[in-house]
Design a protein around this ligand. Structure first.
Ligand code: SF4
Length: 327
């Protein structure tokens, strides 16, 4: 690890100013990903700006919805009675992520900003366009079992590792940010990006823009939700495939539904075609299966990850069955 300077700031403005002033600076909160990246030489900030003292930890009602501060711990969100009551899908996704110890350190904003766990990205002896643009992608023709089946490019086939973000994508959350040009809101689905020609860029934030919180609008999904995470071992493993399913039922009919997947793309992958198909349909396995087939249109394997082409539709059906109590 390289030597670095460390400073603390107390306000969002001071945090933004520090990043604008020092081109070699990075913010640190829980550090559960950043410190690993620094140890492995993937990133080498010369100044760390500690933002843990910012007053951005609150979890509260905002209008009819919820507002969660960017520095709220993953464990605090999962343990919040308010979130458990109003957005159980988010709680289920958080509980599926990492370990209790990591959830006790990791923040909501940091969870969104975490980098891919592609092994080539973490190994500085291997080529990786995300770490070093122009080097090539080691995973494209290498060992790509964990990699994307949707939205990849010939520059990068990595996936976003978060579980929390999959639920937030399904729940139509909004990201609140502040930066050198003021504040703005970003729809969650526009926050993370596909790799395209710029795989080094994970999201649509501009330099100096700080996440201050998340808004989740009120919805009618709290009675039928399920976050299904398929992984190699039952805890502390990243998703091979995950599905966030939230259903608003009227008797046995689906009045409305939200579906998103993790472990399949460079960003949380919303299943809009499947959602549209299911609205107004009976909640039966045959309809879930048809929705899953619609969701898989355009999917592409890269060799070792071809098994996801079968696993993903099966996971969609299973998540929906569980959400509506027909598992
Ligand atoms: Fe790097 Fe992306 Fe290729 Fe992995 S998939 S080696 S992160 S460019």
């Amino acid at each position: 690890m390289i030597n670095f300077e460390y400073i603390r700031v107390a306000t969002p403005k001071a945090a933004v100013d520090a990043l604008v002033k020092y081109s070699v600076a990075q913010w640190i909160a829980g550090g559960t990903n950043l410190v690993d990246l620094m140890k492995k030489g993937v990133t080498a900030p010369q100044k760390l700006v500690d933002i843990n003292n910012l007053a951005l930890k609150e979890i509260k009602k905002e209008g009819n919805g919820l507002r969660i501060g960017a520095l709220a711990l993953n464990s605090a969100v999962a343990d919040s009675e308010l979130v458990q009551k109003e957005q159980p899908l988010l709680v289920q996704a958080l509980q599926a992520g990492a370990s209790q110890q990591i959830r006790n350190m990791a923040t909501v904003g940091g969870n969104m900003m975490q980098r891919t766990r592609c092994p080539y990205f973490y190994n500085t002896d291997m080529p990786c366009n995300k770490r070093q643009p122009g080097q090539g992608c080691g995973a494209l023709k290498g060992y790509n079992r964990m990699h994307a089946i949707f939205g990849a490019s010939d520059k990068c086939i990595a996936v976003h590792p978060s579980d929390m973000c999959v639920a937030l994508a399904a729940l139509d959350a909004t990201v609140l940010v502040t930066g050198p040009k003021g504040t703005r809101s970003i729809p969650f689905l526009s926050f993370h990006r596909l790799p395209g020609e710029l795989p080094q860029k994970d999201n649509t934030l501009e330099r100096g823009e700080l996440i201050t919180g998340i808004d989740i609008p009120a919805n009618a999904f709290c009675k039928a939700t399920h976050y299904l995470k398929v992984r190699d071992r039952s805890s502390y493993a990243f998703a091979l495939v995950s599905v966030a399913a939230a259903v608003d039922m009227q008797r046995n009919t689906i009045r409305d539904v939200r579906l998103a997947m993790g472990g399949v793309a460079h960003k949380p992958w919303r299943l809009t075609a499947a959602e549209n198909f299911l609205k107004g349909k009976e909640a039966i396995e045959a309809n879930f299966g048809q929705a899953a087939q619609l969701a898989m249109q355009g999917a592409k394997g890269y060799g070792h990850n071809n098994f996801k082409l079968k696993l993903a539709p099966n996971a969609i059906v299973e998540a929906l069955k569980t959400a509506v109590g027909k598992s």
